[in-house]
Design a protein around this ligand. Structure first.
Ligand SMILES: [Zn+2]
Ligand SMILES: [Zn+2]
Length: 132
């Protein structure tokens, strides 16, 4: 499997593989994602049921909201996944944890919670339109 379909955490204990076509690729500007990741914005690859598999280690999970669970490495703390009861079977992968995130280009259709975007954060996606 190509490196752009595999990824994992900072310490290397928890690894995963993408094995399906994504439903979407985007960014999330919500405060929960900022706190979960420690970054100003979170990138996601949204995978359908069966499109994602853990391949090494045991992720830990945190319920950041009712019906939501976020997977992370309990050793190094890297945020890895987002799942929600109202999206059964889907795994939304934190795309920056891919070994090669470059091919997974976010688009506006996949971008959420722009109203919570940090005001100084200006991004230009490859289509040259600024996210707002
Ligand atoms: Zn780790
Ligand atoms: Zn979010």
């Amino acid at each position: 499997m190509a490196a752009d379909h595999e990824g994992g955490c900072l310490c290397g204990a928890v690894r995963y593989r993408i094995q399906g076509e994504p439903l979407g690729v985007g960014l999330c500007h919500c405060r929960s994602c900022r706190l979960a990741t420690g970054g100003p914005v979170a990138g996601f690859v949204d995978l359908p049921p069966g499109g994602f598999v853990w391949t090494a280690g045991e992720p830990a999970f945190y319920a950041s909201s009712p019906g939501v669970r976020r997977g992370f490495c309990s050793t190094c703390g890297t945020a890895l996944t987002f799942e929600a009861d109202d999206l059964p079977g889907e795994v939304h992968l934190l795309s920056a944890t891919l070994d090669d995130p470059a091919p997974w280009v976010p688009d506006e259709a996949g971008t959420t919670y722009t109203e919570e975007r940090i005001c100084w954060l200006k991004l230009k996606l490859p289509d040259q339109r600024e996210t707002a």
